[in-house]
Write a protein that binds this ligand. Structure first.
Ligand code: GDG
Length: 497
């Protein structure tokens, strides 16, 4: 492969799927970042000519394009100011809160928007450069919402898909964005748009109708361009590499480590676990509040119970994240001060990231997994927990405000805003007869096994492939049906008592 070559499949995401590692002798190596997206792309790139366009993770000049793990990686440079304005600012301090129900207020700065646009143009230039004639271009996530239209301007010959990893907000919230029109027009440059939930796709279509005055029919939006095009928006919920993680969790090393973790925690009767990026969307405060009240009520007490919270560092230069960290750490300190004994901590709070093997061992060790986001596009942790429980042990407490809920509604479902309800759900997850819990776990596992990340990727690409690329069909012709299985339906928000 050479850097002058072009590719049939081009992925564009904010980050490249590699991390720069400097060896003790000063040489630089690129290590593949672990994670579902890379695995999913691996499966679709196998046997195809694939390139990935993204930021390499450090400010300043980008490294030359290079090949890693069978993919051609094309770095896009970002300087420190662009990282502050496009990434930390517009992406994570404006769009992220608006797209997650404004759990914290969004901040609007016209300078951030200008840089967001500049960076999106740079990504579009890079994609246009590496895409072969008639290539398929798959753009990821909220950082790159202008790229679909910018690529179309430059390369009308390519097929363009975009997938949103986070929710798409109701029109009342989306309408707050001063740049709402530009964003919708940016996305409508795609041939196909994929969302996590049916409701997210519906929110997008509604925004096009209400804010741009476009004609919509079901999942299809007709653009006002000349000639008009039809753009389909539908749900393709993301998943994980079930087979790979399942196999990892069955290894003797991971099983032994799970036992060791329990032993080092004093073999509690009940081990509660939370694993999240330290983000205000994840409902960590609500979960700690429920736990603290259960301790205060005398319903649970260490050493019979303990709670391990892994809170992976995230976006540490954004003010809302700094405030959240202080608040969580103060709360953990107070709970431990009040309720821990010597050698019997009420909460083990771990503010670092761990290797995948350790995560699998933690999942296998935990009796109750607490997944309590206030809003979450999908939540892969819920799927990973279930996947690791080949022993059919454990119980999943799952917020109804996650995308995962729409596939895993047999879990112990909670509304994290309802602290009393959350407390009851946690107690129920602890106390339910193990036979019933095994039955629940079996059905949750079946769902993930049958809807893994490889299937997600091929479904997205099949939908993109089936999308009408060329301008508008003749009157009377229907939009094309979903290429494979129907999307997960929006189930009614029904709680099991
Ligand atoms: C966005 C959307 C959507 C976490 N700590 C460690 C670690 N992790 C891994 C988890 C999981 C991933 O990171 C987190 O994924 P989530 O889905 O939970 O959440 P976001 O980061 O917010 O992701 C989300 C997702 O995109 C995919 O579309 O589901 O809704 O917000 O895989 O296991 N992994 C390791 N060490 C850690 O310490 N190795």
């Amino acid at each position: 492969m050479s850097k002058h070559e072009t590719f049939d499949l081009v992925i564009a995401a904010n980050r490249l799927p590699v991390d720069r590692v400097v060896q003790p002798d000063g040489t630089v190596e690129w290590h593949r970042s672990p994670g579902g997206l890379v695995t999913a792309m691996d499966s679709v790139m196998r046997g195809r000519d694939g390139a990935w366009v993204g930021w390499a993770g450090e400010a300043g000049e980008a490294p030359e394009p290079f090949e890693e793990a069978g993919m051609w990686l094309h770095p896009v440079p970002l300087d420190a100011d662009e990282i502050a304005q496009y990434y930390e600012g517009l992406s994570n301090d404006t769009l992220w809160p608006i797209y997650h129900d404004v759990i914290v207020p969004a901040r609007f700065h016209r300078a951030w928007w200008r840089v967001y646009r500049t960076v999106n143009e740079r990504f579009a230039d890079a994609v246009s450069k590496v895409a072969a004639e008639g290539a398929t271009v798959w753009i990821h996530d909220y950082q790159l919402q202008l790229v679909p239209a910018l690529v179309r301007e430059r390369r009308p010959d390519v097929k363009i898909g975009w997938f949103n990893h986070i929710p798409f907000p109701p029109v009342e919230l989306f309408a707050q964005l001063p740049w709402r029109q530009q964003i919708l027009e940016g996305l409508l440059g795609a041939d196909y748009l994929g969302f996590q939930r049916v409701a997210d796709a519906g929110n997008f279509v509604r925004a096009c109708r209400q804010l741009l005055g476009l004609t919509t029919k079901g999942e299809v939006v007709t653009t006002s361009s000349q000639p008009a095009r039809q753009v389909r928006a539908s749900a393709v919920p993301i998943s994980i590499d079930y087979a790979e993680l399942e196999a990892l969790s069955r290894t003797p090393e991971v099983r032994a480590r799970a036992k060791e973790i329990r032993a080092s925690l004093g073999n509690p009767k009940t081990l509660l676990l939370g694993v999240d990026r330290l983000d205000y969307t994840k409902g960590i405060r609500h979960r700690l509040k429920a736990y603290e009240e259960l301790l205060a009520d005398g319903k649970i007490a260490p050493p019979d119970i303990t709670f391990v919270q892994v809170a992976t560092p995230s976006r540490e230069r954004v003010d809302a994240y700094k405030r959240l960290r202080t608040e969580i750490e103060t709360t953990v300190g107070r709970i431990n001060g009040m309720y821990s004994g010597i050698g019997a901590a009420a909460v083990h709070y771990l503010h670092h990231s761990y290797p995948r093997e350790e995560m699998a061992a933690l999942f296998l060790a935990a009796d109750v997994m607490l997944v309590t986001p206030l809003r979450d596009g999908m939540n892969l942790v819920a799927k990973e927990y279930v996947t690791c429980r080949h022993d059919l042990g454990g119980a999943l407490v799952l917020s109804e405000f996650t995308g995962a809920y729409h596939e895993l509604h047999q879990a112990f479902v909670c509304n994290p805003h309802d602290i009393e309800g959350l407390k009851n759900t946690i107690l129920r997850a602890i106390q339910t007869d193990p036979k019933d819990k095994r039955r629940i776990m079996r059905s949750l596992r079946r769902r993930i096994a049958n809807h893994d990340v490889q299937q997600w990727a091929s479904r997205f690409l099949a939908n993109l492939d089936a999308a009408p690329h060329k301008p508008r069909r003749k009157a009377g012709e229907e939009a094309q049906p979903d290429a494979q299985a129907p999307p997960a339906t929006d189930s009614p928000l029904v709680h099991r008592s």
